[in-house]
Design a protein around this ligand. Structure first.
Ligand code: DC
Length: 229
């Protein structure tokens, strides 16, 4: 049976994680954060001082590392590399930059894409990333490209990192995001871009509930349409 996949792509801070998680809950689907997988590879590569140019070492690292997800009692998803909990370690600004760098390496992408496809074999899944609708699941039941203004995206990311957010901090995060997005959009392999058949959603000024409801209605309509075929 073909896996039922909802693909959610978009740049950093567009609201993908919160929206994808809630949408998965509503649909009774599994939620998969593919960015977390690239972050794990980025953190491990940095720890082992593997340069992004050392494709062979990165290839070996991916081959030898088992990345798994598990929810705790509070419903927080933890990510593990060979059983080691890296949930907090992957959420630093440095980890985001390392992830973006290693994600440009085709061998890294090949390993992670294969794992992402295997994760969806078990049933319905809401998968978020940069290339889910374009490369990982071009046949996804529904595809969305979430976006927001650069300032709004920076403000949201800064708020995730700190309780009090100053103008300086927003500026710093905005520069960080701009650098990462430029790299993610211009890389040769699986660059960040909307799939030709993705629904583009600008989340600027919209509440999370509003966006989740919109996506839920579109997915439900699409599934009903497919069931009639
Ligand atoms: O979604 P995130 O911020 O956790 O992603 C971290 C980096 O990983 C992002 O800058 C680009 C890369 N990434 C990717 O290339 N492809 C994906 N499907 C998901 C993330």
């Amino acid at each position: 049976m073909k896996p039922v996949v909802v693909a959610i792509d978009g740049p950093a801070g567009a609201g993908k994680s919160t929206v994808s998680r809630r949408l998965a809950q509503l649909l009774g689907f599994q939620y998969v954060d593919t960015g977390a997988m690239y972050r794990v590879v980025g953190v491990l590569a940095a720890e082992r001082r593997i340069a992004c140019e050392d494709v062979e070492a990165l290839d070996r690292l991916c081959r030898e590392t088992s990345i798994t997800f598990r929810d705790d009692a509070e419903g927080r998803t933890h990510v593990y590399a060979d059983g080691r909990d890296l949930t907090d370690a992957i959420r630093t600004p440095e980890a985001a930059q390392w992830a973006s760098k290693v994600s440009a390496v085709p061998q890294v992408r090949a390993h992670l894409v294969a794992q992402q496809r295997a994760l969806a074999a078990k049933g319905g899944v809401v998968m978020e990333g940069r290339d889910i609708g374009t490369v990982v699941f071009p046949d996804a039941v529904a595809k969305f490209f979430l976006d927001a203004s650069p300032r709004e995206r920076a403000r949201r990311r800064a708020a995730e990192l700190h309780q009090q957010v100053s103008e300086d901090e927003i500026e710093r995060v905005a520069r960080d995001i701009a650098e990462r997005d430029a790299r993610d959009r211009t890389r040769a392999h699986a660059p960040l871009k909307p799939a030709h058949d993705a629904v583009y959603v600008d989340t600027t000024g919209k509440s999370i509930d509003e966006v989740v409801q919109l996506l839920y209605e579109i997915v439900t309509a699409r599934r009903a349409e497919l069931a009639r075929l």
